[in-house]
Design a protein around this ligand. Sequence first.
Ligand code: OFO
Length: 164
Amino acid sequence: MISKSMQDAINEQIKNELYSAYLYLSMSAHFEGLNLNGFAKWLRIQAEEELGHAMKFFDYIHERGGQVILKAIDQPPAEWKSNMEVFEQVLAHEQKITAMINKLYEQALKENDYPSQILLQWYINEQVEEEKNATQIIENLKLIDAHGTAVLMLDRELGKRESD
Ligand code: OFO
């Protein structure tokens, strides 16, 4: 059975993952408003993934005989000044989530809670991916600022080459 302290910490993290979904859905709506449908789609899928992260914790608490207690989710921002600002916020948010997951893992180590350690390893890997994806978008936006879209498109084209 899961300890009360680990159950409480994971319940808190369910809220944080749901806030991530809320934040990215709000960003998606922002891009819908700008008719940037690709950006909107990417963030909408990201929001769905976050819901999946929350549900993975939700199921885990039940599997360990614990109780899920849902908490209030804060209202996310609704306006951003630039595309860059959106993705800088995505990255900053993911870095915050990474720190939270690491703290949960430290708690699981302290409590000798081996099942939670195994579960959290999945999230640790996922956070590497999350930070990498956000960083990549920021780097692409910087490239567009520096060289224009044509160079970025040519770079994509050149990247398609396979070795003979
Ligand atoms: Fe759940 O990884 Fe992003 O926040």
